[in-house]
Design a binder for this molecule. Structure first.
Ligand code: AHR
Length: 504
């Protein structure tokens, strides 16, 4: 007899309306993300502007509403002026974060055109590493001011009459990290971010700001950084950023799949710090979270260290090209469940990144087509079916033992109710590697609903990967759920990602 888990969902027990931007992603001028990724003039699949149509088609499959740009670490020594105006007059610059050569062939204008073609908004990141308030204001004036001033007229002279109207701005990137060009103490950064935001809001009061939280939860300054930075910026900031990447470095998959518990704890802690600062300031305002870098990242680390050290200053070298395994896709599914569970506070999230660089979408390095990595699928399912209200999942799951995380639940799950479409979707991962679990869900509050489909992503080989022209890990529809008298009974196989869809 298989193990049993119980779950109860109710249409009126809502965590929050999910902000669609939780399905955002990220493109940095790094490796082959831009050049040979979204842009490859001369490729048979490229349009007249050099953008890969096959890549845009895959981005649209993922339905990504917002893309963070142009970095990442890249942004902290980026001069935006190099990336605008006639392309043949743009300088080639050495790029310090990734020790590459940036040709500036794709700049602000080209990227905004690409984002439009991909149906995504641009989330602009500012250089607060090597630059400051004046440059940030100039960039905002260039992008959002209608005209009649130095930088807005410069934009118009570059052929873009209408302002870009970028709404969401990241005030720097990972400014606590010693690897960041111009990294700062929390006080230095907090003051600079506050004054930059204050000045930028005078130019365009409609913009929203993301202030940098810690680069990750293991940073020695984690928690005091958040407290100090928010103490300076609470009045101006709309979101505080969180970043996290996981890897199965020890080779213990049980522990690897428990790492989503760390992410849950991370969000919980940062939310508490935000609320503490809110109380300290006697503020009425809630600080929301922008989880603007999250993913699995470790496969390529060694190779990249070597390439950056021994073969620097190349144009678009292959960097951070993690090839994802099936178990990575399971963790990505688990991380999506955590983000949805915190959708009352996490309003923006960016899967880092989108193309070729720790990405769900790859392009063949030898001029072939684009292909889907294993992690493409849980993200696609969540983005496609996870829109609406997140419902509190009351779950009673059996446990299994892990080495570093103690006993953890077999089943992790969340349900999303799309009232408009009259659909409910249950996302569930069984992270028990040895045993199947029968999940019995009370869905009585969805009277008149029936089972539409049960989709799974599974593979006997946890290390299975996809490649160009070869999709070993792809979803399939299965016959493993039955809905009867308000009870949904689903067989959730060991090590599987499940999407169970009900509709009226
Ligand atoms: O996404 C890759 C890098 O990870 C980003 O440039 C940086 O912000 C983070 O450390």
């Amino acid at each position: 007899m298989s193990k049993k888990a119980k779950m109860m969902i109710d249409r009126s027990f809502r965590i929050a309306e999910i902000d669609d931007r939780i399905y955002g992603s990220f493109i940095e001028h790094l490796g082959r993300a831009v050049y040979d990724g979204i842009y490859q003039p001369g490729h048979p699949m490229s349009d007249k502007n050099g953008f890969r149509k096959d890549v845009i088609a895959l981005v649209k499959e993922l339905n990504v509403p917002i893309v963070r740009y142009p970095g990442g670490n890249f942004v902290s020594s980026f001069n935006w002026e190099d990336s605008v105006g006639p392309v043949d007059q743009r300088p080639h610059r050495i790029e310090l974060a990734w020790r590459s050569l940036e040709t500036n062939e794709v700049g602000l204008h080209e990227f905004s055109q690409w984002a439009k073609a991909a149906d995504a908004e641009v989330m602009m990141a500012l250089n607060l590493g090597t630059r400051g308030i004046a440059d940030a204001c100039n960039l905002l004036e260039y992008c959002n001011h209608p005209g009649g001033s130095k930088y807005s007229d410069l934009r118009i002279s570059h052929g873009q009459k209408e302002p870009y109207e970028f709404k969401t701005w990241c005030l720097g990137n990972e400014m606590d990290g010693p690897w960041q060009m111009g990294h700062k103490t929390a006080d230095e950064y907090g003051r600079l971010a506050a004054e930059t935001a204050r000045a930028m809001r005078i130019i365009d009061p409609s913009v929203e700001f993301v202030v940098c939280g810690s680069s990750n939860k293991e940073m020695p300054t984690f928690a005091t950084w958040e407290d100090t930075v928010l103490s300076h910026t609470y009045e101006f900031a709309d979101y505080l950023s969180l970043h996290t990447y996981y890897g199965n470095r020890s080779g213990n998959t049980n522990d690897f799949l428990a790492k989503s518990n760390d992410m849950d704890e991370f969000i919980h802690t940062v939310t508490s710090i935000c609320d503490y600062v809110k109380a300290k300031k006697r503020s009425e305002k809630n600080m929301y979270l922008s989880f603007d870098e999250w993913n699995v990242w470790y496969h390529s680390n060694e190779k990249d260290d070597d390439a950056m050290k021994n073969k620097p200053w190349q144009v678009a070298p292959p960097l951070l090209e993690d090839i994802y395994t099936f178990e990575d896709a399971l963790l990505v599914g688990l991380m999506l469940i955590v983000l949805l569970r915190h959708s009352d506070r996490v309003k923006v999230a960016c899967l880092a990144q989108l193309i070729n660089v720790i990405a769900p979408i790859m392009t063949d390095a030898n001029g072939g087509g684009a292909w889907r990595q294993t992690i493409f699928y849980p993200f696609m399912h969540a983005s496609r079916y996870g829109r609406g209200a997140a419902l509190f999942p009351v779950i009673d799951s059996p446990l299994h033992a892990t080495k570093d995380h103690g006993d953890v639940t077999d089943i992790e799950s969340i349900a999303v109710y799309n009232e408009e479409k009259e659909e409910v979707t249950i996302f569930a991962v069984n992270r028990n590697l040895d045993e199947d679990v029968t999940l019995v869900t009370d869905v009585r509050s969805f009277e008149g609903y029936s089972l539409k489909e049960h989709i799974v992503l599974e593979n006997d080989d946890l290390k299975a990967v996809n490649g160009f022209g070869q999709e070993k890990v792809a979803p399939q529809t299965v016959n493993r759920s039955v809905l009867e008298d308000g009870t949904l009974t689903s067989d959730i196989h060991k090590a599987s990602w499940n999407v169970i869809r009900l509709g009226k």
